[in-house]
Write a protein that binds this ligand. Structure first.
Ligand code: DLZ
Length: 162
């Protein structure tokens, strides 16, 4: 049996008072669209109100950290889910962007006091990315759903102590 993945959450969460941002890059659109849909579906299941799910976009993953900070302030968000899909090419571009973006997103949450979920896939192939967005039947689940659940749990459980 596979052990990977978030699986069941630890308790039933009620996200009805939360304001959640989904900020997605537009590179690798097919995969992005599925991940955004997965995150949105899970947020709604955890009772976040549709009008409190704000979706905006940036060109590529490199723009996610700066725009996440701006989006948190602009919409007074309780949590943001930046979503990007980075796929390795033939140069070092991938390594630099993955490294910069993951570090900037980690740092942002401490600076701004709002949780930032890590919704960035860093894949060696397109197929790996499609699998992680649930686009290859029977392979893997849609990781966007995990990010939606992480957002609600983290905002409700930990934000009150910041
Ligand atoms: C330039 C670039 C490349 C090569 N690959 C990706 C990718 O796989 N996924 C992604 O989200 N963005 C990519 N980008 C665009 C950069 O993230 C960024 O938008 C540009 O370098 C402009 O700052």
């Amino acid at each position: 049996m596979a052990v990977k993945g978030l699986g069941q959450i630890d308790q039933e969460y009620d996200g009805s008072n939360l304001k959640v941002g989904i900020l997605h890059a537009r590179w690798n659109k097919e995969v992005i669209d599925a991940l955004v849909e997965g995150a949105q579906k899970r947020l709604l299941e955890l009772k976040v109100k549709p009008e409190n799910i704000i979706i905006e976009s940036v060109p590529g993953s490199y723009e996610l950290p700066f725009a996440s900070a701006a989006m948190i302030k602009k919409h007074k968000l309780d949590v943001v889910i930046p979503i990007g899909v980075l796929i390795k090419g033939s140069t070092m571009h991938f390594e630099y962007i993955c490294d910069a973006v993951s570090k900037a997103l980690m740092d942002l949450q401490f600076k701004i006091g709002v949780p930032v979920i890590f919704g960035v896939l860093t894949c060696m192939t397109e197929e790996q990315a499609q699998a992680r967005a649930g686009l290859i039947p029977g392979k893997m689940h849609n990781h966007g759903e995990d990010w939606g659940a992480c957002a609600v749990e983290t905002a409700l459980k930990w934000s009150p102590y910041v």
